[in-house]
Design a protein around this ligand. Structure first.
Ligand SMILES: [Zn+2]
Length: 91
């Protein structure tokens, strides 16, 4: 099942300014990131976190990100669960 994304943040990598990390926040409140910290680190309880997802959780992400976009919740097409489309808002 595809989780609904409510917001996405872009962060510049500390080690390489040409690299950008994207952190997603889902409608259920969980987060996900594509940086190494997120993908390599797995806590004993099975949860993942990185500085980006922690910034999202603590509300500081908006200040330190390069860009942030919010998604309006898409509309499901009946039983098929196919998206009719996302709306993508520049913030
Ligand atoms: Zn991250």
């Amino acid at each position: 099942m595809t989780k609904q994304i409510t917001r996405v943040w872009s962060f510049a990598s500390d080690s390489n300014p040409n690299v950008e990390h994207q952190t997603l926040k889902y409608a259920d409140g969980t987060t996900s990131c594509n940086c190494k910290g997120w993908t390599l680190r797995l806590a004993a309880d099975g949860t993942r976190s990185c500085k980006h997802s922690r910034a999202v959780d603590t509300g500081t992400a908006d200040q330190i990100c390069k860009a942030t976009h919010s998604y309006l919740i898409g509309i499901f097409a009946g039983e098929s669960d196919a998206w009719l489309g996302w709306r993508f808002n520049e913030n």
